[in-house]
Design a binder for this molecule. Structure first.
Ligand SMILES: [Zn+2]
Length: 351
C-alpha cells in the first residue's frame, strides 16, 4: 500500500490544504479497479470510520496477493470543510467562502477523459479540490462516495443506467434502500462520475461492470465501532463480489431485498411553520396516507399553536432531521412514497 499526500493551494498566501490518498496496486489489470472516498461533506463520518475498519482487511488481502486491480482510498476527501468551524460549530457541507455545497459544482464532462477538465488555478480552493477528486476517481470501474444523512436508513443513490446491474452491490453492502435518479444539473460528485459515460460507446461505458453510487450511511450520529465494522465488511464484500479482491471465503451476495424507489417518489415534506418538531415517525417506519408524521409547536401554550403534518401518500420513512428546530419551508423528512410524488423535484440527486 502506498500513501501519498495531495496538496490543494488555498486562496491566499500561506494557506494550503492536504489530504492523504492510499493506493493498493493490483496484479491483474483486466480486473475492475475501485475508488472510495468519504467525508466530502466533511462532518459526515460513518464512511471515514468504515474505511478505517476496511484498511486492515485490504492490507491482509494485499499480503496474501489477493488484490486483483488497484484500490484507491480517500478517507478524508475534504480538507477545506474539515477545517471550517464557525463560532465553535463544525460546518462541513458548504464552503463558507462561496456558500457552494461541497457536493455540487463538480465538472460534468462529456466523456471520461480528465484532459477535458478546465484549468482551475484561479478558480478557488474548493474547485481545485473538486478537480483533483475527479482526476483521482475518473476511469475507475467502481466509484463509491460515502456520505450520511441527518438521521436515516442506509441507502444508495444510483443512476438509472446502472440499475439493476448494481443490485449485487446493494445486497453485498447490506443496504436498506436504493434511490434511482436520472438527471444531474448541479454537478454532484456522483454525477461527475457517471454522466461522462452516458454518451460514449458501450464498450467504454461498460454499465454491466461499472459501479457509481453515493452511499448514505444512515445518520450523522451513527458513528460507532460496530457499524464501522459491518459497513467495512459490506464494502469488502462488494469488492469481492465485483472481482477487485479474490476471497473464496466470502459467500456470494444474495439478491437485493431492500426497497427500490425512483427519486420522483420521494416526498420531502416542507414544514408549514417554524418551531419545535415532535416527530411521530422515525426512519424505517411504514406509514399510510393520512397518518400524522409530525407536529410543529410554533406558538407554545397558545390556542392554535400547533400544526400537524400528515402523510400525502403511503410509503416508508427514509430520513428525518437530527435537530428539532425548523424554519418554515425546510424539509421535515424524506418519505419514500409508493407512487410518484405530486410535487416531485424532478428526479435530481438530493445529497
Ligand atoms: Zn453528504
Amino acid at each position: 500500500m502506498q500513501k501519498t499526500i495531495e496538496r490543494i493551494a488555498g486562496d491566499s498566501e500561506g494557506v494550503a490544504y492536504e489530504f492523504p490518498v492510499f493506493r493498493f496496486e493490483g496484479t491483474d489489470k483486466s480486473a475492475p479497479s475501485a475508488y472510495l472516498q468519504a467525508a466530502l461533506h466533511a462532518g459526515e463520518l460513518p464512511g471515514v470510520v468504515a474505511i478505517d475498519a476496511l484498511m486492515p482487511m485490504l492490507a491482509k488481502a494485499e499480503a496474501e496477493g489477493r488484490i486483483r486491480d488497484a484500490i484507491t482510498l480517500v478517507p478524508w476527501a475534504n480538507p477545506i470543510g474539515r477545517a471550517q468551524y464557525h463560532f465553535g460549530e463544525h460546518q462541513g457541507r458548504f464552503n463558507l467562502g462561496t456558500r457552494t455545497n461541497f457536493n455540487r459544482a463538480f465538472p460534468l464532462l462529456a466523456a471520461p477523459d480528465a484532459r477535458l477538465l478546465a484549468d482551475v488555478n484561479l478558480g478557488g480552493a474548493d474547485r481545485r479540490l473538486k478537480k483533483r477528486l475527479v482526476e483521482l476517481s475518473l476511469g475507475n470501474d467502481i466509484v463509491l462516495d460515502l456520505h450520511c444523512d441527518d438521521e436515516g436508513l442506509a441507502y444508495l443513490y444510483i443512476h438509472t443506467s446502472l440499475w439493476p446491474h448494481m443490485a449485487d452491490c446493494a445486497a453485498a453492502m447490506g443496504i436498506d434502500a436504493v434511490l434511482l435518479w436520472s438527471e444531474d444539473s448541479s454537478g454532484t460528485f456522483e454525477g461527475a462520475s457517471i454522466m461522462p459515460y452516458q454518451n460514449v460507446p458501450a464498450s467504454v461505458a461498460r454499465f454491466d461492470r461499472r459501479v457509481v453510487t453515493t452511499v448514505e450511511y444512515r445518520g450523522m450520529l451513527d458513528v460507532d465501532s460496530s457499524l464501522a465494522a459491518s459497513d467495512a465488511a459490506g464494502l469488502y464484500r462488494l469488492l469481492v463480489t465485483r472481482g477487485v479482491i479474490r476471497d473464496p471465503s466470502v459467500p456470494k451476495a444474495s439478491s437485493f431485498s431492500g426497497a427500490v424507489v425512483p427519486l420522483e417518489n420521494i416526498e420531502m415534506m416542507p414544514s408549514p411553520k417554524a418551531g419545535a418538531i415532535l416527530y411521530d415517525v422515525k426512519p424505517g417506519d411504514r406509514v399510510n396516507k393520512g397518518d400524522r408524521l409530525a407536529t410543529i409547536v410554533h406558538a407554545p401554550g397558545e390556542a392554535g399553536g400547533r400544526t400537524e403534518v400528515f402523510a400525502p401518500q403511503s410509503g416508508f420513512i427514509l430520513t428525518r432531521r437530527s435537530r428539532r428546530i425548523i424554519r418554515a419551508g425546510e424539509d421535515l423528512l424524506k418519505l419514500a412514497g409508493d407512487k410518484r410524488s405530486a410535487d416531485a423535484r424532478s428526479g435530481t440527486l438530493e445529497d
